[in-house]
Design a protein around this ligand. Sequence first.
Ligand SMILES: Nc1ncnc2c1ncn2[C@@H]1O[C@H](COP(=O)(O)OP(=O)(O)OP(=O)(O)O)[C@@H](O)[C@H]1O
Length: 362
Amino acid sequence: MLTIQIKKQLGTLAIETDIHLPEQGITALFGRSGSGKTSLINLIAGLLTPDGGSITIGNNRVFDSKQKINRPPEQRHIGYVFQDARLFPHLKVITNLNYGNKEKDPDQFKIITRLLGIEPLLQRYPASLSGGEKQRVAIGRALLSNPSMLLMDEPLASLDTPRKAELMPYLEQLTTEVNIPILYVSHSLDEILRLADQLILIDQGKIIANGPLAEVWSSPQMTPWQAEQDASVVLEAKLSHQHPDYAMTALALDNNLSLWTTRIDATEKTPVRLRIYAKDVSLVKQPSEQSSIRNILSMTVDSIEYSDSGDTCLVNLQAGRIQIKSSITRWAADELGLAKGQTIFAQIKGMSVTPKDRVPGL
Ligand SMILES: Nc1ncnc2c1ncn2[C@@H]1O[C@H](COP(=O)(O)OP(=O)(O)OP(=O)(O)O)[C@@H](O)[C@H]1O
């Protein structure tokens, strides 16, 4: 467990956190510009000193104001990847990688350079690398220092769209194969959706939501981050079976619910993450016997939120732990006579699917 219970006053911003994170997996830190994300990871890294509190990484208490513990950054065993790669320009990639890597383990070096696809770059100088390649080297250097935790501050922010796309598969691979906690600052919800297991929302220095990604995504604290037309839920599912005749795959959700999606070539029980937009979910009192829509779930109306204009509403639906949102007009809501607790059928017209195959590795 990773515990970050700290206070820090920075000008007018008061950072105050009480976070407990699992020792594995990637936690995204998301919030507005100026909400304190970089300051928080600098406090964890030891680049800033908290006014009070404690920080513990596994069994290692790196800061404790009462016990007067304040380990310097180099004794915290934390890898830090910045927005820009910050490589030493006068050193070859191989020397950059080994900088700070005291216990040189050739096997580990091979695994990490292969994982990041940087083996062919070892004899080159940073100036000859693309932005994405530089970032891969920076990530490699951080991992080779054998850290107990990895901090990544918007590692894709300085890259253009093609370079971002180039780096993303490496990050996905990394998150599945590295067995240390990763705290990942990002402004992009799409990036977070592809990479993170946990999500922390920070606002004006305070943690306003923290938990498994799907849970936080559906929480009311998330609403301001998604424009009305982008309202969505995230569901974790497992591949159940392939359709014998059609190119479709069944996905199993909690509560014995299942959904069909276009064929995914993966084995049974492969974990996947679904994003379902509220605009892709329509509601009917009775499902018609013949419909082109394959996915129709019986749900209970949990709450109805009307838009500012009052012309549309977001209907929050529930079936056990499964939550779905539907965006409909006020007219439709009135005709359906929607009320909290009512049973209704949700017709899901589309969804996006991200494989989340977790392979314990390094
Ligand atoms: N040493 C300092 N003294 C005073 N104010 C500070 C100090 N360091 C940071 N701040 C302020 O604290 C706020 C949070 O900064 P921080 O860089 O942590 O935000 P952020 O969430 O990472 O923002 P961004 O997404 O834009 O990178 C900012 O308003 C910043 O100006």
